[in-house]
Write a protein that binds this ligand. Sequence first.
Ligand code: URA
Length: 475
Amino acid sequence: MREVVLARPGDFAEWRDAARALLAGGVRPEDVSWRTADEGASLFGDAAPAAPTTSVTLPRELVAMTNRVICHRDAAVSARLYRIVWRALRDRQLLARRTDPDIDWLSKAEKAIRRDIHKMHAFVRFRRLGEEAGRESFAAWFEPDHRILRLTAPFFQRRFYGMDWAIVTPDARAIWTDEKLIYGPGGTKGEVPDSDVVEDQWRTYYGAIFNPARVKIAAMRAEMPKKHWKNLPEAQDIAPLLAGAAARVERMRETAVSLANPQTDKWRTRVPETLALTDEIETLDELARAVGGCTRCTLHCHATQAVVGEGPSAARIMLVGEQPGDREDLEGRPFVGPAGQVLGEALAEAGLDRTSLFLTNAVKHFKYEPRGKRRLHQNPTTGEIDICRWWLDKERALVQPDLIVTLGGSALRGVTGKSMGVMSMRGVVHELAGGTKLVATIHPSFLLRLPDRARAAEERAAFVADLALARKLAA
Ligand code: URA
C-alpha cells in the first residue's frame, strides 16, 4: 500500500503532483491511501510520492473539474479524484457516462463547489481596518462550506484591485497587498472587526435594490443561507423590509407607468423607429401566405407549417410567445396547446378577453428534437430569433398595438433585438421606439415545469398580476 500525505488539503498543485507520480508509476487506486498531514500518524509509515516522471494527458474538462473539486470537504476527495483520473486515462468517454457512480459524485461535488463560490462572491463583506499612505485596508471573515478560497480570491483581486484587503476563513486566508495575492493560514472571526462605516453603505444598498415584487422567502433562504446572515450587515433589515413588501408591491403596480428604467435608453435605439413594410405585404392574410413560404432559416425543413399571429388586426395588446409547440405546429394556430391553456386561464383571471388580443410568436416554425414518437421542444437560438424578427416586425407594423407583452426570454429578444433577463425587466413598464409600451413577463410553460405547488401558485399569481398590469395600461 502506498501512502500519500498531503500537507495542504484542497491544494490542487500538491494533489496533482502526487497523482501524476502515482499514475506514472502505474499505482492502482486501490493500492493508495491518501491522508492529510493533520489526520494523525500513519499506520503504514510515511511514503512521500516520488517526483513526477512522465507527463499524463487528461481531458481538459476533467482537469478543470478536478481543480475545483479538490476543494470539496469530502474526506475521501483525493482518493476519489485519483480513481477518476486513473479510469479516465483508460476510458476516454468516462466523463460522458453520467450514471457512473464516480462521475455522478464528481458532477454533484462540482455543483456544490460552484454554488459555494457563488455564495462567497455574493456574501463576503469587508470591514475597514484603516488607511496607510493613502491606501485603505479592509478585512472580511467568511466561512465557506468548502476550501474554496483559492478559487474565489482572484475575483476579489479583480474587483477590489485598488485597496489592500484580507479575507480570513477557518482554513486559510488570502491577502492582497502591494498588488500581490498571497495565502496564509486560517484564522478566527475575532481577527476581523465586527462593524464599520461600510456596513451602513451595505444596508442602504440592500434597501435600495430590495424589490418587494420579487420577494420569495423560500428562494431567498436558499440563495442567502441563514448561516451567512450573522456576517451580513444588511441581514438585520430583511425582516422589516419583508413586513412592508406587500404594501410596496401595491404601490409599485399603481405607479408602474411612470417608473423609469435605466436600461430602456440603452436598447431603445436598437429598435427601428418605424417598422418598415418594404414589400407588397399590406395585410395579415398576405403576411400569413408569405410566412408559409419562408425559408430564411432551416427551421422550416422539419416543421409541419409556419404559425403566424392570430387576433384582430386592430388589437391594442399584442402577446408575443416563443415559438409554436407541437399542437400549434399541427393545427397552425398559436397557443392552442398546454401552454396556451395556462395562458388562457391567466388572461381570464387578469380580466383580459383573449379574443381581443393579437397572439403571436417570436419564431414562426416549431423547433424540436425527435425522441421516439414524440417531438421535444427545443429553444430557438438567438440567430433563429433574430432572423424571424423580420416577420414579427411586420406583424407589429400591421397591427400597431399600443402595448406588447413578451412571454419569456425568446419573446423579449424577438421584440427588442437584445438578450435581457426577463426578471430584471419585470414589474416595470418599458417603452419601445415609436412609443409602444412593453411589459415583460414569464412564459406560461415555465409554470407547467414547476414541480413545487406552492412555488407554482406564487409564480402564477405574479404572472396574472403582470397581465393585469398590461390590461390597466392599455385601458
Ligand atoms: N408556446 C409559445 O411560445 N407559443 C405558442 O404558440 C405555443 C406555446
